[in-house]
Design a protein around this ligand. Sequence first.
Ligand code: PLP
Length: 381
Amino acid sequence: MRTAYFDNNATTRVLPSVQAAMIRVLEDGYGNPSALYQRGRQARQIVEDARGAVAALLGCRPDEVIFTSGGTESDNAALFSACPAGSHLVVSAIEHDAVLNACLVLKRQGVQVSVVRPDGNGRLDPEEVGKALRPDTALVSVMTANNETGVIQPVEEIGRLVHDRGIAFHTDAVQAAGKIPVSVRSIGCDLLSLSAHKIHGPQGIGALYLRKGLAFRPLLVGGHQERGRRAGTENLPAIAGFGAAALAAGQGLEDGSITRLAAWRDAIERHLAQQVDGVAINGGSAPRVANTSNLTIKGIPSTALLVALDRQGIALSAGSACRAGSRRPSHVLTAMGLTAADARAAIRISLGKLNSQQDVDDLLEILPRSILELRRNPSAA
Ligand code: PLP
């Protein structure tokens, strides 16, 4: 059976250029980048080339990029480093669990945490963030774009007001990179998280941008890798793949692929609204990244619909992959004011640049039909 993949916010397929870069390293690049002989120096060059590509994507200096094991580690490292015991931290209610669960650990260590809620469209008001700041606030952490709704947050305004108060600013840009331009200088952030597998790179590799001059307490200690900021022998094949993915993500911002995703996303939403009653676009009135559509289909639990779609070769999810299987409704949607029932009836369609028109045509045909069938016969699931 043909399958059409619409869960690109959960993970993306690696690009051929990424695969080629990784295979080159696996076949003949097995040096330790810390070694001084030729093979080590070649491995070091692979790491530094990839670092340069990631830095170019973010508009920062290469020495401000630390390779990590992914978005989760980058988020953890940022929060644990910037929030000493006794300090105050401000986060949004719609952050990824990599931030929110780090907050729980920090709370146990004596950090006070204030949580700012979004409006009904899933967007934060910078003024509300401003109101939460205190003289002892050490860090503000607000994501650039939300993984469930795709809503783009006003991080540049938040960055400005946070800096005016001399407070550090972290943004989780895992779901923004490759979808909108992400420049650390325009955002004015001190720390930023990235993950390769959301931009057609491999899983298990990410990066933390650390503004030059900002004090940092490493999460991992050991050897002097990453200038003493992240110990452990570098994951060379993954870093090479990440470099190729970062390069392609930068090019993708300029080659028209984002416009194509937005047109597909809009066509899907329009078509569904015409074919089916009771569809609400969560975050639909806010600025969103082009690839993401979060839809509540009134009265149909998402689990039933996802199973029906999967049987017909359509892969999409109900929201965050990390909470799949959780019985709790999405914390993002409930923070936006949705009832638990409406949040449980939400599905997330996340397109990617490897989708084809055929994938979209299949979705346009199968999704409304499956919804109408489930409405007629709820026990069919
Ligand atoms: N932050 C956001 C917004 C995400 O969507 C994700 C992954 O879904 C992460 C962090 C975690 O990234 P990783 O899977 O690389 O640990």
